[in-house]
Ligand binder design. Structure first.
Ligand code: AHR
Length: 838
């Protein structure tokens, strides 16, 4: 009886709550709506309403309904003096605002309901008429006193129902925010008294579908010293003397950064010159003026140079003797932290023209943070450039190769594809910082160094050729990403065609139209570089010259990276997309749908994808673990007839940004839903991948490292357990728990796949509950032939950052078996059938 009463009260409560929003009779038909923004530009578009134009109530407590997206990240995006008007012709709300304090950049966006806003556009005031429907201006400014402060804005008469809608919308967003804030640190309260859960998992082997074989891959971006000082095995920092203040590095960088002269000013000096360089792309070189023998030029590497006893290192440098100087021998040494010699060789610098000199240094002791020392034995003036030191032991022994331990750690993920070179690095900080792939190939001394928008310098020794080669070396599909003719929407560096403030921030109007044909050609040339005939095509020939006559077999190309979807973007993207489709119909173009799982860019990106019939789009979202827990059905709703999805960047973010069991399990849990939808989600990649300790711009990352150690995170093992246990067929399973609570159910995830190449069944089980889940797994209708099984379990305290998966034999009792999932765990049970024994 009590129970019934309680349910009735609950039901009544929800009715009256609802009625409070929609059904109260005594509300006005219409009210005044005042739109405004804070004078400092930070608030975005806010509203207040009033029945009498005297007393104003902020709508949803001052909720921000539109943010300006013009300008650099964060507080760089501002909205000043928004003007909101309802268009007479289209009935839409049109908001124009000034995106900079000076008013040099004007922005516009439209909405039919004031809740969902269409794409934004940015322009100079003189171009207003081209962007804003004529009947929406001019309108008169009004004043309103809100919370005791007088505000300037615009007043409309609107149905009161609209205010209710706006309130409901904000409430819903706020409610979801609270839901997604679910964290394991609240579990003691959330799951107080929870007993171990019983589960029956029925695998319906007659209900299956083909899924993508490329589901798990990696996304490599040169962020956090991922390339130079990281994966790229070069040990000399600033080898080309091209570091400069233009790199906008956090440290004070100049052309001699990381280089020092030892022996005192009287003995030698270092200067930088640019006349007659080795190559125009590499304009600066060192001038070492030696007055007394014994002085040396030293390079401190990236946090020192780490060396391994018994290993050989390749030295290379370009050198010449200045006019009037005699030249002579250089002793080249590798020294440890105390100055002890760990290896030596000599080179002879005698040519008046640039000449490449080479040597090999065999190291006699382990060194953690050594230096490279170049010591001329005779006084004179020497020009030096491209001073390079590589371990011979690179990944697969490649020259100009990758750091073996780091590359192997990536290979161990068994990634089916590699996306590169970014991320933001691909579209760059401003039009002039777009990653031009052509500048990253060819002889090292002719490559174009590029400022890295993460605050350092890219030598681009790890360039497109090396990326393709790495993909081939690990059996992964290459997925290059090129800018869609627009730079990062968060840009803050003026472009060469800067039209005042408009050309100095955000998308900057994109690559100028008169340069777009050349830009499109560059994209086509990349496909030719990867796949073109080595003898018959210009770019195929260049690939062959680099040592790879066979095509790389490129199948995918990404155009754009989580861009702001504007008219500027659409125009340029469409040009590139149509050109690629016309010339290379077999290449799968991957479009982009913004940096979030919803919102304007997501909606506009998907609209464009459907309009152009783009085969695949790249989605990105960095979210709270709670979002992943509550959105496991995110892709269940996706229309199978539309574009496929590449989830190109995602990660669970907790406050403080750790990578721990909680984030790793949330990702594992979410991936069970992704695997279920791997008929529409073709590829996924966690981001970012690599981070060098002490040089990290972004956390969490998948793998941390320093010069001597590689430190995979807990999240790495989630990726690895998926990567090493991929399937090509998804088998539906139902999960019945003895606990009906939604909060409990959402913490248990199951995915079963079959790998038809081996005949293996793979059962993935995630338990994010603080108690065990005792499960009975029933592989319905399957007769297993002489099966053996192994289980891999990743488990630990949610805060644990050091847990590692443990693999052991799993005793199968038949096609029905029991398994108890430990609290906070991810288990993979791989069932192998010994078909010969049949
Ligand atoms: O992964 C780090 C950055 O996140 C990427 O460069 C960018 O695409 C995203 O904003």
């Amino acid at each position: 009886m009590k129970k019934i009463l309680f349910s009735c009260l609950l039901a009544m409560g929800s009715v009256s709550l609802h009625a409070g929003i929609t059904g109260v009779a005594n509300v006005p038909d219409s009210v005044y709506l005042f739109s405004y923004a804070d004078a400092n530009g930070q608030s975005g578009l806010k509203f207040a309403w009033s029945g009498d134009r005297q007393y104003w109530t902020p709508v949803a407590g001052g909720y921000n309904y539109v943010r300006s997206d013009f300008g650099p990240w964060g507080s760089g995006k501002k909205m000043f003096r928004p003007r909101l008007v309802q268009g007479k012709a289209d009935g839409k709300w049109h908001c124009t605002w000034e995106a900079t304090q000076s008013g040099q950049v004007v922005a516009h966006a439209a909405s039919s309901d004031l809740l969902k806003w269409e794409r934004q556009s940015y322009f100079v005031p003189a171009e207003r008429a081209q962007h804003v429907p004529a009947e929406t201006f001019p309108v008169a400014e009004a004043k309103a006193t809100i919370g005791g402060r007088e505000e300037s804005g615009y007043v409309q008469r609107v149905p009161y129902a609209l205010i209710e809608e706006m309130q409901r919308y904000a409430d819903h967003k706020n409610f979801r925010g609270m839901l997604y804030d679910e964290r394991t640190e609240q579990d003691a309260v959330r799951f107080a008294g929870l007993k171990p859960v019983e589960a029956t998992i029925t695998v319906q082997t007659d209900q299956k579908k083909a899924i993508s074989e490329h589901l798990i891959g990696i996304f490599f971006e040169d962020i956090n010293y991922g390339a130079d000082g990281g994966l790229y095995a070069e040990l000399v920092q600033n080898r080309d003397f091209e570091y400069s203040e233009k790199d906008k590095a956090h440290q004070r960088w100049d052309h001699s950064y990381a280089w020092t002269v030892q022996g005192g000013d009287a003995a030698a000096s270092l200067a930088i010159a640019t006349d007659d360089p080795i190559h125009a792309n590499n304009a600066h070189y060192a001038v070492l003026d030696v007055k007394q023998a014994g002085a040396s030029l030293q390079n401190s590497g990236y946090d020192g140079i780490a060396l391994k006893q018994g290993e050989k290192y390749d030295l290379s440098l370009f050198a010449r003797v200045a006019q009037g100087s005699k030249g002579g021998k250089f002793v080249v040494r590798l020294l440890d932290e105390k100055g002890n010699e760990a290896a030596r060789t000599t080179v002879n610098v005698s040519s008046k023209d640039w000449k490449q000199l080479k040597g090999v240094l065999k190291v006699t002791a382990d060194v953690r943070a050594g230096v490279l020392s170049l010591e001329p034995l005779s006084a004179g003036t020497y020009h030096l450039d491209m001073v390079s030191l590589f371990p011979q032991n690179t990944f697969k022994g490649r020259k100009n190769g990758l750091r073996a331990d780091l590359a192997q750690t990536l290979a161990d993920l068994k990634p089916r594809f590699v996306r590169f070179p970014g991320g933001c690095v691909a579209h760059g900080d401003g039009v002039d910082n777009i990653y031009d792939w052509k500048g990253s190939i060819g002889p090292l001394e002719a490559r174009k160094p590029l400022r890295n928008l993460w605050g350092y310098h890219q030598t681009r020794g790890l360039g497109y050729f090396e990326y393709f080669q790495f993909c081939e070396d690990i059996g992964a599909e290459p997925v290059p990403v090129l800018a869609a003719g627009v730079p990062c929407q968060n840009s803050g560096t003026c472009s060469h065609h800067s039209k005042g403030e408009l050309g100095c921030s955000g998308q900057q109007g994109g690559v100028p139209m008169e340069e777009m044909d050349a830009y499109v050609q560059d994209v086509l040339d990349l496909i030719e570089y990867a796949n073109g005939d080595a003898k018959k095509t210009e770019w195929g020939r260049k690939r062959a010259e680099a040592g790879h006559p066979k095509p790389f077999g490129l199948k995918y190309i990404g155009i754009g990276n989580e861009d702001l979807i504007t008219d500027v973007f659409e125009e340029r993207f469409t040009m590139i997309y149509n050109a690629v489709r016309a010339k290379y119909p077999d290449i799968t173009v991957i479009g982009t749908v913004g940096p979030f799982y919803e919102g304007t860019d997501y909606d506009e990106g998907w609209k464009l994808a459907s309009k152009l019939d783009i085969p695949m789009v790249d989605e990105h979202y960095y979210v709270a673990p709670g979002w992943l827990i509550h959105n496991q059905d995110y892709y269940d709703r996706y229309d199978r007839s539309k574009s496929k999805v590449y989830l190109g960047e995602y990660a669970a973010h907790l406050p403080g940004r750790p990578n721990n069991i909680e984030t790793a399990l949330a990702e594992a849990l979410y991936l069970t839903g992704v695997e279920r939808n791997a008929d529409v989600v073709t590829m996924t990649s966690y981001a970012p991948l690599l981070a060098k300790e002490g040089h990290t711009q972004w956390n969490p990352d998948l793998i941390y490292f320093n010069n001597t150690e590689v430190k995979p995170t807990v999240g790495y093992y989630t990726q690895q357990m998926y990567g090493q246990n991929a399937g090509d067929e998804y088998i539906t399973s139902t999960v019945q728990l003895n606990n009906w609570q939604d909060g409990v159910k959402k913490r248990v995830g199951v995915s079963v796949v079959k790998d038809n190449a081996t005949g293996d069944y793979i059962v993935k089980l995630v338990n994010m509950l603080p108690v065990e889940v005792n499960s009975k797994v029933k592989l319905d209708g399957v007769t297993l032939t002489a099966p053996t099984a192994v289980k891999t379990v990743l488990t630990g305290d949610p805060k644990d950052k050091t847990a590692r998966p443990v693999t052991s034999d799993f005793e199968l009792t038949g096609s029905d078996f029991a398994y108890s999932m430990p609290a906070y765990s991810f288990t993979v049970i791989r069932i192998h059938q010994n078909l010969e024994k049949k």
